[in-house]
Design a protein around this ligand. Structure first.
Ligand SMILES: O=C(O)CCC(=O)C(=O)O
Length: 296
């Protein structure tokens, strides 16, 4: 059996503080030009195979990681999976994987937070996100009105917002203007909308959303067994495909632990918490943010 390895690096303390205050962080130059070119081309190829595809209309592909071998690498990509692990630890799960094409004009999202609307996550989790979105921007977005994501920084603590279900301009809104190759991580309760694309440049990007395993996924009930068997161990665990026993999402099987070892100690468990006989899959392990809070 493949052995677990230490979690890749994640939030610095400064990044965490910025993320919790503003609801997002941006990291430029995470993907190089060749990688951006490759994925732009792949998005066009895979999109063109869909019966829903129209070159001049907005196109979203869900469960994108299953559509081409090269998208699988995003399930556990080292550039972001450590951030996810810092948030959701041993119960991290891919909630949704998507790629998008946003040409001129065409459909765009109204202001909304991600997740449930009638009973938002925020009611139960006023601080920590129960979904986090990882965006890889594959095309340059130097200006607004290029089909940009527009966010209201710091709005992840509010359940109501004047602009809900409109495209209204809201005081304090920020159009995400970035160089291609930038990675963004967003708290799912941050209110956001999409700007009109008034240019001839097609916005292309990849979104991965993660959640604790016990939140239902957005784009699948389960995954094909043959496909799952072709993935590496971490990817297979992160897809959390438990068709025979839904409650395994809350209590995954023993073989799915540890997802990662502690990145500093290399341990698969926290010490001095339980008596020896308690098995690994029944042990709570502290997340990055819990450890940070304990240091205060
Ligand atoms: O395409 C975007 O920038 C954001 C789309 C959106 O609002 C969402 O995925 O929730």
């Amino acid at each position: 059996m493949t052995k677990a390895y230490p979690a890749p690096s994640g939030f610095s303390t400064e990044e965490w503080q910025y993320f919790m205050k503003h609801g997002y962080i941006l990291k430029p130059d995470v993907l190089d030009q060749d990688t951006c070119n490759h994925y732009c081309q792949l998005i066009d190829e895979v999109a063109a195979r869909s019966k829903h595809f129209q070159a001049d209309k907005h196109f979203t592909q869900s469960n994108a990681v299953t559509t081409h071998k090269d998208f699988e690498a995003f399930i556990d990509r080292a550039s972001h999976i450590g951030y996810v692990y810092d948030m959701y630890g041993e119960l991290s799960k891919v909630h949704l994987s998507q790629f998008m094409r946003r040409p001129k004009g065409t459909w765009r999202n109204f202001w909304h937070p991600d997740g449930p609307r009638a009973l938002p996550y925020q009611v139960f989790s006023p601080e920590l996100p129960l979904q986090m979105k990882v965006a890889y921007w594959l095309t340059d977005l130097p200006e607004t009105d290029m089909g940009n994501l527009v966010i209201l920084p710091g709005s992840h603590r509010q359940q109501y917002m004047q602009g809900y279900d409109t495209h209204d301009h809201i005081e304090g809104e920020m159009s995400v203007c970035v160089k291609r190759g930038t990675m963004m991580i967003m708290h799912a309760s941050t209110w956001h909308k999409v700007a009109e694309n008034k240019t001839d440049h097609i916005r292309r990007n990849i979104f991965l959303t993660y959640s604790p395993a016990w939140i239902c996924p957005e784009d699948r009930f389960s995954n094909d067994e043959t496909w799952l068997a072709s993935l590496n161990r971490e990817q297979r665990i992160l897809m959390r495909s438990y068709p025979d026993y839904p409650y395994a999402n809350a209590k995954p099987p023993a073989q799915d632990f540890p997802l990662f070892l502690d990145r500093h100690t290399g341990n698969d468990r926290d010490t001095d918490c339980y008596r020896e006989h308690v098995e690994l899959h029944r042990r709570k392990r502290l997340t990055f943010h819990e450890k940070l809070a304990l240091q205060k």
